[in-house]
Design a protein around this ligand. Structure first.
Ligand SMILES: Nc1ncnc2c1ncn2[C@@H]1O[C@H](COP(=O)(O)OP(=O)(O)O)[C@@H](O)[C@H]1O
Ligand SMILES: [Mg+2]
Length: 526
């Protein structure tokens, strides 16, 4: 009936506090598919007792509901648990040493690394640093798309068995140090209280855990807590205390390791580097690029080699370009080169594929960009105001995936979607530009017909959304620099927007964001 082995069921059931007599009944019902009456006869029990034991088992597994559906739910849960275990065993069997239980690893939204090519030198260097030299801090540096995240996942998965705990977090959403610390402490040492008042106390609590256990901590997308304006490497407002945290991890004795992946080198890293602190520049790789091309069915000609070299053998760039060559030029790379303006970095590379997106794709990209963190399909469907059915949504997500513009990750058995940081930044810029056009249109000629994004998306400020990019501020910066050069212009703009707002009231639809957006913009101007 199911593929769950009895010993796995036994192990999980006892973990959930299921007694031996309850397990006997459960195993017959679940693994052999026997009815209550048959089980009662076989075990010489009253049917009532069998029912009671099963009921007790459901309760322990926290399966609610009525009737036969409960067995199906339980089965689903067990199959999911079993798959989780076998998947983790699969990667463990590839690594040489035995590991701890899956419960000691928390991968949160780390992306799946389904195919991994090359990087053997980098991996052996990193293994040397982490395992032999016992480095406390290792930074992976390199521009977006080079493969820092992929390498960090591979490294951490390979070495998971050598640590008591593994925990992965992305700072994509700009999490404060306080929340990262309590998150870490809660996972690593649930019994200790993690509601500290002063950040120093939180850091000390974590240091204590890192001394008594060997933990592998991974922080990805660290550039998201760095200032966008300053010279590279300074912390953004509100994140400066990360400096203290990183310094203590680097300087105090403990047996754990923190891996940072960032496209901008932290300014204090240089001073910390030494015996216990190292950084590795993750650079483009011809090997990876060629394997990606081969996997997509291309023969790697001289044309290809020179094309990928122009993009520094950046794997993300190679994925995006090869998708375009396939779609637009029937796989003929020579034609692509002839017809395309070549630009050096991944961001300028995005102009072309972005212009080619369908409306649905573009608008879904905007949702993912504004969300600024991984989101699953059902959350997306609940939130977005786009007129897409579930299957169209799935199709659109799939299409963006084929263009390598979105990435997938797993969290608690669910698939989450997000944008690569470079792609997110690009999509936000495009979004802001278009919203700005719409606002200027409103201010200049109160033309409501051209309004689309202002209706469909909320312009949040980072104050109340706790996100890295404050969309409202970005829009306002752009608008200010274009329009409000004097007080007269400013007052006129407010007046026009207020008029538009009152015109709107009549045709306002429930659930559209325009009213709220215009109010926010008017408030921000004043
Ligand atoms: N070693 C590798 N093997 C296969 N694919 C890779 C490898 N490194 C990077 N990629 C692919 O390139 C893209 C960008 O990699 P990623 O790790 O997200 O870069 P970064 O974190 O530096 O921005 C991803 O789609 C990833 O799957
Ligand atoms: Mg990354």
């Amino acid at each position: 009936m199911t593929l769950i082995p009895q010993n796995f069921l036994k192990q999980v059931a006892s973990g959930y506090g299921v007694s031996d007599t309850e397990f006997e009944v459960l195993s017959k019902a679940l693994l052999e598919g026997e009815s209550i009456a048959t089980i009662a006869t076989q075990l010489k029990l009253k049917p009532e007792t069998v029912r009671k034991r099963l009921g007790e088992t459901y309760r322990k597994f926290q399966i609610s509901g009525k009737g036969p559906g409960k067995m199906a739910k339980l089965q689903q849960l067990l199959v999911a648990l079993y798959q989780e275990q076998t998947q983790s065993e699969e990667f463990l069997s590839r690594s040489a040493e035995p590991t701890n239980l899956i419960s000691c690893q928390d991968w949160n939204a780390a992306p799946d690394v389904e195919t991994f090519y090359g990087r053997s030198e980098e991996l052996s260097q990193l293994n040397q640093w982490i395992l032999s030299d016992r480095c406390r801090l290792v930074a992976l540096l390199g521009m977006g798309g080079m493969g820092k995240t992929t390498l960090a996942v591979k490294l951490a998965k390979q070495n998971a068995g050598k640590f008591d705990f593994v925990i992965w977090r992305s700072l994509r959403q700009g999490m404060s140090l306080g929340s990262i610390l309590s998150d870490f402490i809660q996972f690593l040492s649930p019994q200790s209280l993690s509601n500290f008042e002063e950040i120093e106390v939180g850091i000390s609590q974590l240091m204590e855990i890192l001394r008594s256990n060997r933990c592998l901590l991974v922080l990805d997308d660290v550039e998201m807590i760095l200032s966008c304006q300053d010279l590279a490497g300074y912390y953004a407002d509100g994140f400066t205390d990360y400096g203290k945290f990183i310094q203590r991890i680097a300087e105090e004795p403990h047996q754990s390791c923190l891996i940072l992946a960032t496209s901008e080198k932290l300014k204090d890293l240089g001073q910390l580097e030494g015996q216990k602190v190292r950084s590795l520049q993750v650079v483009g790789s011809e090997e990876i690029s060629q394997k990606i091309l081969a996997e997509r069915g291309f023969v790697v000609s001289q044309n290809w080699v020179s094309l990928i070299e122009r993009y520094g053998c950046n794997p993300l760039a190679v994925k995006i370009i090869s998708g375009m060559v396939q779609e637009l030029y029937a796989g003929q790379v020579g034609d692509f080169i002839k017809n395309t303006l070549l630009m050096g970095d991944v961001r300028s590379l995005l102009d072309q594929p972005f212009q080619r997106l369908s409306l649905a794709e573009k608008e879904l990209m905007y949702w993912l960009a504004l969300e600024q963190q991984p989101i699953n399909l059902s959350q997306l469907q609940e939130k977005i105001l786009l007129p897409l059915s579930a299957s169209e949504l799935l199709e659109t997500v799939g299409s963006l995936g084929r263009r390598s513009l979105i990435e997938k990750s797993q969290k608690q058995g669910q698939t989450y979607f997000s944008l690569q940081p470079v792609v997110m930044k690009y999509a936000i810029e495009q979004f802001v530009r278009q919203v700005d056009e719409e606002l200027v249109g409103l201010i200049k000629n109160q033309d409501l017909s051209g309004i689309r994004l202002l209706k469909l998306y909320p312009l949040e400020s980072s104050e109340n959304s706790n996100k890295h990019y404050s969309i409202l501020d970005l829009v306002m910066n752009r608008l200010r620099s274009r329009l409000f050069t004097n007080t007269r212009g400013l007052n006129l703009a407010i007046k026009r927007l207020e008029e538009s707002l009152s015109n709107l009231q009549e045709e306002f639809f429930e659930g559209e964001y325009i009213t709220q957006n215009l109010e926010n913009v008017i408030n921000a101007i004043q």
